[in-house]
Design a protein around this ligand. Structure first.
Ligand SMILES: Nc1nc2c(ncn2[C@@H]2O[C@H](COP(=O)(O)OP(=O)(O)OP(=O)(O)O)[C@@H](O)[C@H]2O)c(=O)[nH]1
Ligand SMILES: [Mg+2]
Length: 158
């Protein structure tokens, strides 16, 4: 079976749940404890998409770091932009993170995760949806839409 290697970056404000989403996707686990990511950390997972094996490297980048060190994103084929549905200001950051990505990498595919759906109300991501972003309401805690989020992005870059 042919193999492709793809790099994803997961970006968003501190504490929105980037690490939690990746760990749910990779290992189907969740921890309530908040341990801020230091710098950036790569995770690996292999998927099968339309008869091709896709070897993913997913970079988990600490909330504050990318704007300072965009090198972490270099060569990424796709990005997941995460906001916290219970924290309005994290929505604006999605737009900022997207600007950083566009400046550094051009027009790569992005999907938005409106995370912590288990503790949020119904309609918070509307502004991002209206701005034309593809995305899902996710919960790293319950697992809601986590596979869908990653699979959607992987399909669009494979
Ligand atoms: N209820 C709920 N809590 C979540 C969810 N996702 C993450 N959390 C919690 O939110 C906190 C922060 O999650 P992290 O995944 O560490 O956040 P992060 O975006 O990686 O943060 P930095 O590494 O600092 O940039 C932790 O206490 C998690 O348990 C979710 O979907 N629902
Ligand atoms: Mg983290």
């Amino acid at each position: 079976m042919p193999i492709k290697e793809k790099k994803l970056v997961v970006l968003g404000d501190s504490g929105v749940g980037k690490t939690a989403l990746i760990q749910r996707f990779i290992g189907d686990v969740f921890s309530e404890e908040y341990r801020p990511t230091v710098g950036a950390m790569p995770y690996k997972k292999t998927l099968e998409v339309n008869g091709t094996r896709v070897s993913l490297v997913i970079w988990d980048v600490a909330g504050h770091i990318l704007k300072l060190h965009p090198a972490f994103a270099s060569g990424a084929h796709g990005a997941i932009l995460v906001c916290d549905l219970a924290r309005q200001e994290s929505f604006n950051s999605v737009l900022e993170w997207h600007d950083v990505i566009k400046a550094k990498l051009g027009d790569i595919p992005v999907v938005v995760a409106g995370n912590k759906s288990d503790i949020a109300g119904a309609d918070e991501c509307k502004a991002l949806h209206d701005a034309g972003y593809r995305g899902y309401r996710t919960s790293a805690k319950t697992g809601e839409n986590v596979d869908r989020l990653f699979n959607e992005l992987v399909r669009s870059i494979s």
